[in-house]
Design a protein around this ligand. Structure first.
Ligand SMILES: NC(=O)c1ccc[n+]([C@@H]2O[C@H](COP(=O)([O-])OP(=O)(O)OC[C@H]3O[C@@H](n4cnc5c(N)ncnc54)[C@H](OP(=O)(O)O)[C@@H]3O)[C@@H](O)[C@H]2O)c1
Length: 350
């Protein structure tokens, strides 16, 4: 039996998961760890194996597999889904087995979400900003969140495992994460380099030929660059290994470095479309119901909500995010350019 630290990783091919795994590859503990990534696509396995990451084929629906993998792991990173209850239950069952079999307390580093659709979301529909700023150093305040908040059901299961004592749990709640993911995994073609919200708004705006916003665009979101969020997981990981990181109810880590009004993103998209000759106006307008109804825009209805928070806990561990809200706004033109370039040119039938 291997004496290496066993790490099970879900979502390794994803935007956030890949950024975390990339940093684990360069971490001083890599040589003494054995990382196993859950993969849905067999064709990506050889590239993972080539960089020293073991793979297991399956998905979050393979509950027996998740339980087995977790039961063999000292550390589990979940970066695949914030709201998959059966998958989370299976991983927790596995960690409990690990605890019962070894007497050790395995670690779970779970990825949740703070911005819409996330645990801090309201139903503002772009019409206002709420005033509350959630502080992750204040567990009493976080416990005022209704159990019915999106993703909170999974977070509560994770918190209960820590309280019961069979796992030590840490929940990272990234904000709107932006910027192109880069590095070895992207170069190998095994990591998604793109985020969700800005590309979605850019795509929708391009297809309607004008910058779009939800309602008045008055709702506020926090933001964080993909490199900073990758670094946050590693600062947290180091602190966990040193026994310094808060866990359980004191182990929720928002990832933010500034906030914005959604309209500011819509304006930048509108300006970029205009600069690229794809729109005659530099002003965004409210999106129509038809935009919300499209299946590919399934998250759009949530994007008009608010999320306001401070990452004081990660900062207290030494996390120093580099990229600001201004960097986020400056990144938008590139996202729009990408959407313009990838748009398939329609074939004209003569
Ligand atoms: N991007 C953001 O701005 C942001 C912000 C806050 C929180 N989050 C949360 O972070 C998590 C990851 O987001 P992301 O942006 O990294 O998304 P992503 O790029 O789409 O990555 C999702 C990852 O999860 C895997 N996955 C998806 N469904 C799965 C399933 N049923 N079984 C097994 N694996 C599955 C994907 O594998 P495949 O390669 O096979 O598709 C991929 O590795 C999500 O829970 C998201 O809500 C994201």
């Amino acid at each position: 039996m291997s004496t290496k630290t066993q790490i099970f990783f879900t979502g390794a091919t994803g935007y956030i998961g890949g950024a975390v795994l990339l940093r684990l590859l360069d971490h001083p503990t890599f040589a003494s760890s054995e990382i196993t990534a859950l993969l849905r696509k067999a064709e990506k396995a050889p590239a993972f194996e080539s960089i020293g990451v073991k793979t297991v084929l399956g998905s979050n629906s393979d509950l027996d597999l998740l339980e087995k993998q977790a039961s063999q792991s000292d550390i589990v990173f979940t970066c695949a889904s914030s709201d998959d209850v059966p998958a989370c239950e299976a991983i927790l069952r596995g960690l409990k087995k690990r605890h019962q079999a070894t007497g050790t307390v395995p670690i779970l580093i779970h990825t949740s979400t703070n911005p819409p659709p996330g645990v801090l979301t309201d139903n503002a529909r772009g019409n206002y900003a709420y005033d509350t700023i959630y502080d992750d150093l204040n567990p009493d305040q976080l416990e005022t969140l209704p159990d019915t908040q999106i993703h909170r059901n999974v977070d509560l299961m994770v918190l209960a495992a820590d309280k019961e004592g069979y796992a030590r749990t840490y929940i990272v709640l990234p904000s709107l994460t932006y910027g192109l993911a880069t590095g070895k995994l992207v170069d190998l073609g095994i990591q998604n380099p793109h985020s969700i919200l800005i590309p979605m708004l850019a795509r929708i705006s391009l297809s309607r030929g004008r910058g779009g916003m939800i309602g008045k665009g008055a709702n506020r979101w926090p933001n964080v660059h993909i490199d900073d969020i990758g670094d946050l997981y590693i600062v947290l990981y180091d602190a966990i290994l040193e026994g310094k990181a808060g866990h359980g109810r004191e182990g929720l880590y928002f990832g933010e470095n500034g906030e914005h009004v959604l309209k500011d993103i819509s304006i930048k998209i509108a300006e970029a479309l205009n600069d690229l000759g794809k729109s005659s106006s530099r002003e965004p307008t409210s999106l129509d119901q038809s935009d919300y109804d499209k299946p590919e825009n399934k998250w759009l209805m949530y994007a008009g909500g608010n999320s306001r928070c401070k990452s004081n806990r990660a900062r207290s561990l030494g996390w120093k995010p580099k990229y600001t809200t201004e960097d986020m706004l400056q990144s938008i033109k590139g996202e729009v350019q990408y959407q313009v370039n990838r748009k398939v040119t329609p074939i004209t039938v003569q």
